[in-house]
Design a protein around this ligand. Structure first.
Ligand code: PMP
Length: 404
């Protein structure tokens, strides 16, 4: 059912953005956007970031020397505590090798590169990715000679998780396979395993000796609670699953363009983690030499100052809550006001910025062509593109598209 226009707009998020920009219709809506927007549809500089920037601007002692190859140590250690918790046994035992990276993309790349060199693959070099996943995962792994293959994840019939398919694939994969897992707020579906499902996943992963490649791009941004969004990662660490974590501060600190992130590789001993860190340092040297300093200084200041940290948590709640409010309102309009055919529970059950609406490519086309509402051909919408000014307009047109 993929119409020619779905292809035209859906083939790339950048093409979609260009089509949106070129559209002169006053009430056009961009639901392809992958960055947070406030209720006025504007990018939002977090108040805590403004404060941290002002502190840096007034610091006469700051210079522009290179950071160490593995990054600003106060940043990487605080970032590791943020995702793994200050009580992490691996951290206490010095078993975590942390390196500052070029945001989450760089963390994924460095993690993939590291595995391509040093992981003992059981046969072919391959990585299991959720179907679907963040599209860049495919290129990132291919670039380093690791073949991406899909495991079942999203079930279009339930607009939810294909848990049985996922578990089956874990059981049938060669032992010691690498599985990429979205730590929270799965992109693009917004569908996450429940805590009980994570427990079962950990059981099978341990049984099969698999390796967990966690991608964590939305900590705090998903539920509004940093600890809650880290719970799958922390649980896996407690269970002793061999793993690494890719961490991004693009979304939760609104630092998209600063490219600030980290890679954390958990070893089984401190000696192993030290060797890993040394190898990561060699790899990083040949790729970027030294990571950029500005974002690292901002995030480090916020993570290491209790008052700024508390303020950051409030800012995160503001963003997460606006998105949750949009989900609730959209659900309410579709279900109670418009009585749109079908079940819309998934709108409120899905987590994070993105939502798979479950509409097909024809319906996506209708929204673009008839209503100037831009979204990807797979029916994914960014909740951040919705606000109090356009939510009724969107819901009414979604209703029309669904009724056909
Ligand atoms: N992983 C996932 C799942 C993402 O959605 C994103 C952002 N779109 C990233 C990684 C990386 O983003 P960045 O490089 O901007 O941190």
């Amino acid at each position: 059912t993929c119409g020619p226009n779905a292809q035209k707009y859906g083939s790339s998020i950048f093409k979609l953005t260009a089509a949106y920009k070129a559209d002169t219709f006053a009430d056009k809506v961009n639901l392809g956007v992958g960055a947070y927007r406030d209720d006025d549809n504007k990018p939002w500089v977090l108040p805590v970031i403004k404060k941290a920037k002002a502190i840096l601007a007034n610091d006469e002692a700051l210079d522009h020397e290179y950071l160490p190859i593995t990054g600003l140590p106060e940043f990487t250690s605080a970032a590791a505590r943020l995702i793994l918790s200050p009580d992490s046994v691996a951290l206490k035992e010095g078993r975590v090798a942390s390196v500052q990276t070029i945001s989450g993309t760089g963390a994924n790349h460095l993690g993939a590169l590291f595995l391509s060199r040093f992981y003992e693959f059981n046969g072919e070099k391959q990585v299991f990715l959720s179907n679907p996943t963040w599209i860049n995962h495919l290129a990132i792994f291919k670039n380093v000679g690791i073949a991406p293959i899909y495991y079942p994840y999203y079930d279009p019939k339930t607009i939810g998780l294909d848990f049985a398919g996922f578990v089956n694939s874990l059981r049938n994969a060669p032992k010691r396979s690498v599985f990429l897992l979205h730590a929270c707020a799965h992109n693009p579906t917004g569908v996450d395993p429940t805590p009980e499902q994570w427990e079962q996943l950990a059981d099978v992963i341990l049984e099969q000796g698999h390796y967990a490649f966690f991608d964590c791009a939305y900590q705090g941004f998903a539920s509004g609670d940093l600890d809650r969004d880290a719970s799958a990662v922390r649980y896996f660490e407690q269970r002793g699953v061999p793993m690494l974590i890719c961490q991004s501060f693009a979304k939760n600190a609104g630092l998209y363009g600063e490219r600030i992130g980290a890679l954390h590789v958990i070893g089984s001993t401190k000696a192993e983690a030290d060797r890993v860190k040394s190898q990561l340092s060699v790899l990083q040297r040949s790729e970027i030499s030294n990571p950029p300093s500005h974002g690292a200084r901002l995030v480090s200041m916020i993570l290491n100052d209790p008052q700024l940290f508390a303020e950051w948590q409030r800012d995160i709640k503001t963003m997460a809550q606006r998105i949750i409010d949009m989900r609730d309102r959209l659900f309410d309009i579709l279900t109670n006001k418009l009585k749109t055919p079908g079940n819309w529970d998934h709108i409120v059950n899905q987590i994070g910025m993105f939502s798979f609406t479950g509409i097909n490519a024809e319906q996506v086309n209708a929204l673009i062509e008839k209503a100037h509402i831009y979204l990807t051909a797979n029916g994914r919408i960014s909740m951040a593109g919705l606000n109090s000014n356009n939510i009724d307009y969107f819901a009414e047109n979604l209703d029309k598209a669904v009724r056909g």
